[in-house]
Design a protein around this ligand. Structure first.
Ligand code: IVH
Length: 660
């Protein structure tokens, strides 16, 4: 294959992968790879497209710049374009940047600052008074978020000096401590927690209601003068000092260097302290100090040629693998977990990481006792990257032949990576089954968490799902750490769960391939559990969104003798087995809604339930068939698609009107 053909294939692969990550990030609020990995993929594609411009396609993700305004806020035209920064990932690239600058000005000096991982905003002051604040948006047009920015206490509403006009640029961010508190609260309330401080800041700054922004305790670091009248400033260092005098909270540290070696040393120093800072940074910014030099050096359409962003790779640490633990999941799959000597990585101590399956261990050649390299994927989830050194006398790791919980033989099916224990009475599986049954999204039985269920199982107080409804509460009251009150609370929670909607019960059964959404579809479609039990595969396949594997799984599950017995028992305890879907009126009949962004008044689930209760459908992707897109804060590409297709976009207030 020629180089061109190889690059062509690679470009297609990269485009597909990047578009997938963009979708996951902007539409589903998830990220599977770190920003760093994302940047590397984008850069690889960019370099192929530069080498072979004929490979550039109109839909290439390299064309995307910044976020898109979506009509929820007034548009602000940035008179001084809010440029982005060119990235560098190695010292070599920093030196190349230096050479380009020095080619024009051999005496250029650089200011180095941390690169705050937040959202770029512009703040405008007329006669010393804060008049307008906006997002960066596309760089040319942003959105007016003045009311929300006013809630950030470190943004001065009046400057300490009266100057006719100044526009500054800064980064709004959420301090890590605030982020952790919010996430804790979200988890307690059963809400989907923010992924990282930047997502949290993004979700908070584009709120329609500034009160919500105010509660989020955002902060800002100001790092640039975009334009100023009535003051003469010659360089960047001087401007940061001036901004401080005006009352701005300026970038926390900035230093000036007259040579590239010291500049690089500062970049390294910032890299070393990055996880000790109370906020996230994703790099360091190197800026030519002198404004007149900047003007001569100039900018491209996207970024200034006088500045550079150095991006730090995710922190990697070496540690010793002391053990491989095997956990048995709900479906009997044996999952190996690496247990290593605790090590501080990306700001927190970690000692465990999943090893996924047997193939992962074999491919990486992981053995107990080895020195391994680890890092946090997306700066969050620990993962083992590779083996650095095998320990003396070590032998390849072998997955067990018998289940560590029940000692039954385990097996690996051809074509599958998973090793399974097939014993339906395996206590480890049983524990997982029970944990799932009682979990919040399933039967939501408070008081029956992991540890309590494990105790009940070990004490022989329960041995299957139906036993939950025949718990002996006198015995519970006598358990260590329990008492009459805990036993009463448990009884109330168990009793309450009997009234749950059918969809929760179906999800609680933990049928393979049947998640929350499929459970709801089954329940809405068939209305009673008996109807589902007697449904044929073909009837199940009639439900939109159901495929062969799912339909087979449902039929298989309900034909099992033990399922039938369990359902009989649950019926005898009085569990609700009917859909409580209430059709109020059919005002949304024939309409399809797509929900996007974070909905603050309703929450996604609630909005979906409302739509369905009025006979409408909630779908996850925008198409020509979509009737309305209900957009919350930080809505992403779905909104763009809706605009492109000319679909009506409504906000939460309009939605509230529609359901009155
Ligand atoms: S300077 C014209 N300095 O990084 C130069 N940007 O990747 C303007 N950022 O959109 C950028 N900390 O929001 C600059 N100390 C800093 C920064 C910084 C964070 C953000 C900024 C920009 C993005 C570019």
């Amino acid at each position: 294959m020629s180089d061109f053909e190889q690059k062509k294939l690679r470009a297609e692969e990269l485009r597909k992968e990047l578009n997938h990550h963009i979708y996951r990030y902007y539409v589903e609020n998830e990220n599977d790879i770190s920003d760093y990995e994302y940047d590397m993929l984008m850069r690889e594609l960019d370099s192929i497209e530069k080498e072979y411009p004929e490979l550039l396609t109109p839909d290439s993700p390299t064309h995307r710049v910044g976020g898109q305004a979506d009509g929820l806020f007034e548009t602000v035209v940035h008179t001084v374009k809010m440029l982005s920064l060119q990235d560098a990932f190695s010292h070599k690239e920093v030196r190349e940047f230096d050479a380009r600058v020095k080619d024009v000005f051999s005496s250029a000096e650089y200011v180095v600052e941390p690169k705050i991982d937040g959202l770029s905003v512009s703040l405008e002051y007329t006669n010393g008074v804060f008049t307008r604040g906006s997002t960066r948006g596309s760089g040319e047009n942003g959105e007016d978020i003045t009311a929300n920015l006013r809630t950030i206490k470190t943004i001065p509403l009046r400057l300490k000096k009266d100057i006719p006009f100044i526009e500054v640029r800064g980064e709004v961010y959420m301090p890590r401590e605030v982020f952790l508190k919010i996430v804790e609260k979200q988890e307690l309330n059963g809400e989907k927690p923010f992924k990282n401080p930047r997502n949290a800041a993004a979700g908070s700054i584009r709120q329609k209601n500034p009160k919500i922004t105010a509660e989020r305790n955002l902060d800002i670091y100001v790092f640039n003068i975009q334009q100023v009248e009535g003051v003469e400033i010659k360089g960047h260092y001087e401007s940061l000092v001036f901004l401080k005098e005006l009352g701005f909270k300026t970038i926390p540290f900035f230093n000036k260097f007259d040579n590239i070696d010291d500049t690089l040393k500062e970049i390294e120093r910032i890299g070393e302290i990055r996880y000790t800072l109370p906020f996230d940074i994703d790099g360091a910014v190197i800026k030519t100090d002198d404004f007149s030099m900047r003007e001569t050096i100039g900018s491209t359409a996207k970024f200034p040629k006088w500045a550079l962003a150095y991006k730090y790779p995710p922190e990697e640490k070496e540690t010793k693998l002391v053990d491989i633990e095997i956990n048995v999941g709900r479906t009997g799959v044996l999952t190996p977990t690496a247990v290593f000597e605790p090590v501080l990585v990306a700001g927190s101590t970690v000692s465990r990481a999943t090893l996924h399956n047997e193939d992962f261990i074999t491919e990486k050649g992981i053995r107990i006792g080895d020195t391994v390299k680890i890092r946090k994927a997306g700066d969050i989830i620990p993962e083992v990257l590779c083996v650095v050194e095998h320990c003396d006398n070590s032998t390849p790791y072998k997955m067990p032949d018998f289940c560590p919980s029940c000692n039954s033989p385990v097996h690996r099916e051809v074509g599958e990576a998973a090793i399974r224990c097939d014993n339906p009475d395996c206590p480890a599986q049983l524990l997982r089954v029970l944990i799932h049954f009682c979990s919040r999204d399933a039967m939501d039985i408070e008081g029956l968490g992991d540890a309590v269920l494990e105790t009940l199982l070990n004490q022989g107080l329960i041995s299957k799902i139906a036993d939950i409804y025949r718990i002996d509460y006198d015995k519970i009251a006598q358990l260590e750490g329990m008492g009459k009150k805990s036993a009463d609370n448990m009884r109330n929670a168990v009793e309450k769960s009997k009234q749950n909607d059918l969809s929760k019960l179906i999800f609680a059964f933990g049928i393979r391939h049947i998640g929350q959404k499929a459970s709801k579809l089954l329940s809405d479609h068939f209305l009673t559990l008996d109807n589902i039990i007697s449904a044929s595969k073909e009837e199940i396949l009639n439900i939109e969104g159901f495929g062969e594997i799912m339909a087979d799984s449902v039929v298989d599950f309900f034909s099992l003798e033990q399922t039938k017995q369990m359902i009989e028992e649950l019926k005898s305890f009085g569990l609700n087995m009917e859909s409580q879907r209430e059709i109020k009126d059919n005002r949304f009949e024939g309409m399809t809604f797509v929900l996007t962004g974070t909905l603050s008044t309703y929450g996604r689930k609630e909005a979906q339930e409302i739509i369905e209760s009025y006979g409408g459908k909630a779908s996850s992707s925008v198409s020509k068939k979509t009737t309305y897109v209900l957009a919350g804060e930080a809505a992403g590409s779905k909104l763009q698609k809706a605009t492109d297709l000319g679909i009506t976009i409504i906000n939460e207030e309009q939605f509230a009107e529609m359901i009155k």
